[in-house]
Write a protein that binds this ligand. Structure first.
Ligand code: A3P
Length: 291
């Protein structure tokens, strides 16, 4: 077992799994030199990151599907804060704009981004579904602690003391920068409910318009059924030690509203009260109903 498997790195008050981050890799990300043509996907974990990595790669690959079939998502749209970044960065495809991913907070990345016109795609998901997906992820990922119980996991999520920090701060921080950055806000739910329209909205923002038949290719290859079978996005190339998909799949359900299967009425009430207190006066127009 890798000796970093159970380590934690704390950066800017937030805990990160030490298996894929070091203090150096996190610091390097915060000082990353972006270029105007870059595209940066930002998410809180389990908000549909892999899905959007697939969509972004498909939009830019212009029907040349070799990377979709042969390169893992983390090599096509790498996380700038992860240990592997320096290596992957050198091998990035030069024909595309540079596509990057990050889970870092707005506070950490804003100074580097403010200096450029980077196109930022911020993807978010109903926090209750995000939480449920994150809970199951903790159970299969060898580098994340096993959650003791769902109830405790909800408390940790509401307190923002878990890995990757507070969902509330993440969303408020990034959406609070909408006027300062070249940022498009996309939700998991809209990609789910209106995939073609959402892909059109994305391609317009990215200044990479698609013909209807190109949209068809994107739609086919970003479907849950295609992605579940593709070992370039379903993480099946990782060992059981890193991600044990005998316990549950990374592409688990891919639906909207699964939280209803997990939350008791009491937990739901507690969640809604915290959501209201943290988001109620944010002034943000968020598309979810909490009931
Ligand atoms: P579930 O656990 O609810 O199924 P991330 O990539 O940010 O870790 O997010 C993972 C979540 O996105 C998982 O949610 C996964 O199933 C879902 N997902 C990935 N690809 C998807 C797709 N093509 N359609 C719908 N959901 C998808």
């Amino acid at each position: 077992m890798s000796e970093r498997m159970n380590t934690t790195v704390i950066f800017d008050g937030i805990r990160f799994p030490g298996f894929i981050h070091t203090l150096e890799s996190l610091k390097a990300a915060s000082a990353f030199q972006f270029q105007d043509k870059d595209v940066l996907l930002v998410t809180f974990p389990k908000s549909g990151t892999t899905w959007m990595q697939q969509v972004l790669s498909l939009i830019f690959c212009e029907g040349h599907l070799w990377p979709i079939h042969h390169l893992p998502n983390w090599a096509r749209v790498p996380w700038i804060e992860q240990i592997s970044f320096s290596q992957v960065f050198q091998e990035l495809r030069s024909s595309w704009p540079r596509l990057f991913t990050s889970h870092l907070s707005a506070k950490v990345l804003a100074p580097a981004l403010m200096k450029s016109k980077v196109k930022v795609v911020y993807m978010a998901r109903n926090p209750k579904d995000t939480l449920v997906s994150f809970y199951h992820f903790h159970r299969i990922a060898g580098f994340m602690p096993d959650p003791s119980s769902f109830e405790d996991f909800v408390d940790e999520f509401l307190e923002g003391t878990g890995f990757f920090g507070s969902w509330f701060d993440h969303v408020k921080g990034w959406l609070g920068l909408q006027k300062d950055l070249n940022l498009l806000f996309v939700t998991y739910e809209e990609l789910h409910q209106e995939p073609r329209r959402t892909i059109q909205k994305l391609s317009e923002f990215l200044e990479h318009p698609l013909r209807p038949e190109e949209e068809d290719v994107v739609l086919q290859h970003c479907s849950f059924s295609f992605m579940s079978q593709s070992n370039m996005v379903n993480y099946s190339v990782l060992s059981n030690e890193i991600m044990d998909q005998r316990k549950g799949k990374f592409l688990r359900k891919g639906v909207v509203g699964d939280w209803r299967e997990h939350f008791t009425p009491e937990l739901n009430k507690k969640f809604n009260a915290v959501y209201q207190s943290k988001m109620g006066d944010s002034g943000l127009c968020l598309p979810w109903t909490m009931d």
